[in-house]
Design a protein around this ligand. Sequence first.
Ligand SMILES: Cc1cc2nc3c(=O)[nH]c(=O)nc-3n(C[C@H](O)[C@H](O)[C@H](O)COP(=O)(O)O)c2cc1C
Length: 369
Amino acid sequence: MNFRGRVFLAPLTKGGNLPFRRLCLAHGCDVTMGEMAYAYQVVKRSKSELALLRKHPEETCFGAQIAASRPADGIAAGLAAVERGAAFVDLNCGCPIHDVVKRGMGATLLQRPTQLGKLVAELVKGIPAPVSVKIRLGWTDSDRNASEVAKVVEEAGAAALTVHGRTREQRYSRAADWDAIAQIAAERSIPVIGNGDILTWYEAHERWQKSGVASIMVGRGALIKPWLFREIATRQAFEPTASERLAIYHDFAQRLKAHFRDDEKGRERAMRFLPWHFEFFCRYRPLSAPQWVAAASQHPLIQTRMPEEEGLSVLERLLRDPRPELHQELAGLLWAATDAPAAEAAALLLAERMPPVVGELGEVAVGHG
Ligand SMILES: Cc1cc2nc3c(=O)[nH]c(=O)nc-3n(C[C@H](O)[C@H](O)[C@H](O)COP(=O)(O)O)c2cc1C
């Protein structure tokens, strides 16, 4: 497993489901990562947790992510992941949500570097695959200890370290601090993977180069535009029309169908995901480099509310619509449509039935890693 020179799809609970990861692969993604699995649940052989460790044969470089506080649980979960084909196992040390931190996992581990060091050393010893660690900058702004944590993690034998450039307390309220990421990359000799706020190919290359990180990781950027990977690889914007985007979303619906099966139960399961994805898809706006390069250095594009334009096509307005009830309908028609043109015809009928209101987008910063 080479952790250098690569673009990682971030571990994304709910978003990083297997069909979505396949969609990203189809659009040039290099390294995929699974949704965080609780190690103690894997130990109990929980079916839903074991499913999070599963990869598709197309995923040739897949990292399973685990949340653990006890070495024995982490090792058992790591072994289960490696048995299922994981190329590496990542330990979550950034998850801020209450349920995770109260059990001594996720971001809590940042507050206990000595315990973290022991945990990582045990995982490295017990898991027959590279072990990586994903951290935030610290618990709070006044308690940023990522440099210390990174040192501990390297000395414990981790193969790589991802740094999400925010603290636990910040969640998504502030821009990722790429200077702090750069500092850690300069201090360490293991590969450091930089993560935070990358939405365009030009931001990706600028941050990659300036910060000196070995690799980069994209999360919400991929959820908004799964074709971001190809844009980064080719250093070129791909600004799909509404029609082309709908075809991509239809492709995703068909991948969900292949995964969950084409029956009522499969549909029900897919509908837990597809409408949810539209909360991200509807945020897509074309951002050509000349227009945005300067603005992006001032404020993260991913958190920018863009003014709505006049004169958009019916389909374009439909795809930008933030209403959850509309996302349900769109998901339903994408599931049912036999091909992309049929999906488009159905979407146009939907637009007539449900005239889109284009207004404020919902909360821009969502997620919890
Ligand atoms: C919906 C969602 C789910 C997430 N789930 C996880 C997770 O399971 N494990 C993890 O380490 N981070 C998780 N994260 C955090 C991301 O991996 C990433 O660190 C964060 O979103 C910053 O990257 P971005 O600015 O490119 O989105 C999640 C983020 C989002 C938006």
